[in-house]
Design a protein around this ligand. Structure first.
Ligand code: SF4
Length: 295
């Protein structure tokens, strides 16, 4: 069912808007949405001109997981059925809202938390967040970010919540299947969706999904899920194209040298191999140890 309608206020070509549409299409019918300050807030629109057909509760940056916890408990106390779905950006999740999210996850509060990760505070003009990758130019890192992107999925997995996953609006069937799966479970469920931002990433308004597909196929944006913080499953097998094909079309990486790109490639390879090991598989395309060394 379509629950996010036309007429909202996102930029043309915004991947967050598309991801919100897919998420709301797949949530249970009794969904109630909590929205943190982000590009998603204005997209919801003011009543009676709202672009969504579900109830929306706007909360403060640092309180989205706390507000979602309270709402879920209030519905339960009243004996009413509702699926609380929290929609937040990377600034509100990786940075400002992480304490409330960690507390709620530790208590295994009953809600679905969705982080739309456009890798900076795009709603306020592209300031870096801890989701911004190394090397990316933002308004507050004009020379390129000097530190790495926070490994949020590992932090979330360490809470041993029932289910967590990554998603992409360029892979809508995978994404909506994950949202439906989250809707069938109880407790804290977490979904991290990577969303290119047209002005922040310095891309054309027709390029978001094409670039995101390149990121997925380059293994820079792996798609997987985690049950109980320990059981990993890769849900899309990437082709393993060079990460340069993902980075070069983005103006925020235009200043990087070949050595910088090689360093990012090594980092991406290392993270992918760690993911493959966690998923309990060999690394595709790699000879077993020993054969590799020619012995
Ligand atoms: S600033 Fe970026 S994330 Fe925000 S609405 Fe525009 S394209 Fe979407």
């Amino acid at each position: 069912m379509e629950r996010f309608l036309s007429g909202h206020s996102s930029c043309p070509g915004c991947a967050v808007a598309l991801a919100v549409r897919f998420v709301l299409r797949a949530v249970p019918d009794d969904a109630v949405v909590v929205v943190a300050p982000s590009c998603i807030g204005p997209m919801m629109g003011p009543v009676p001109l709202s672009s969504v057909t579900v109830p929306v509760f706007h909360t403060a940056f640092e309180t989205s997981a706390a507000a979602a916890s309270g709402l879920a408990r209030a519905y339960r106390a009243r004996g009413e059925q509702a699926t609380v779905v929290c929609l937040a950006g990377d600034g509100g999740t990786y940075d400002i809202g992480l304490q409330a999210l960690s507390g709620a996850a530790e208590r295994n509060e009953d809600f679905i938390y969705v982080c739309f990760d456009n890798e900076a505070y795009q709603n306020t003009g592209n300031q870096k967040s801890s989701a911004t990758p190394w090397g990316a130019r933002t308004a507050s890192t004009p020379g390129g970010k000097s530190t790495r992107k926070k490994e949020l999925m590992e932090i979330i997995a360490a809470h041993r919540i029932p289910w967590a996953a990554t998603g992409s609006p360029a892979h809508p069937e995978d994404l909506m299947a994950k949202v439906r799966r989250a809707g069938e479970l109880q407790g804290t469920r977490f979904l991290l969706i990577t969303c290119p931002c047209v002005p922040g990433w310095g891309i054309g308004d027709d390029a978001s999904l094409r670039i995101l597909r390149l990121g997925v196929e380059a293994r820079a944006v792996p798609l997987y899920e985690i049950e109980d913080g320990t059981r990993y499953r890769i849900t899309h097998e990437p082709a393993g194209i060079p990460v340069a094909e993902y980075l070069r079309p983005q103006a925020r990486f235009a200043h990087l040298s070949e050595a910088d790109i090689a360093a990012i490639q090594a980092e991406v390879d290392g993270r992918w191999e760690a993911l493959v090991q966690r998923a309990g598989r060999g690394v595709p395309g790699r000879a077993p140890v020993g054969e590799e060394a020619g012995v």
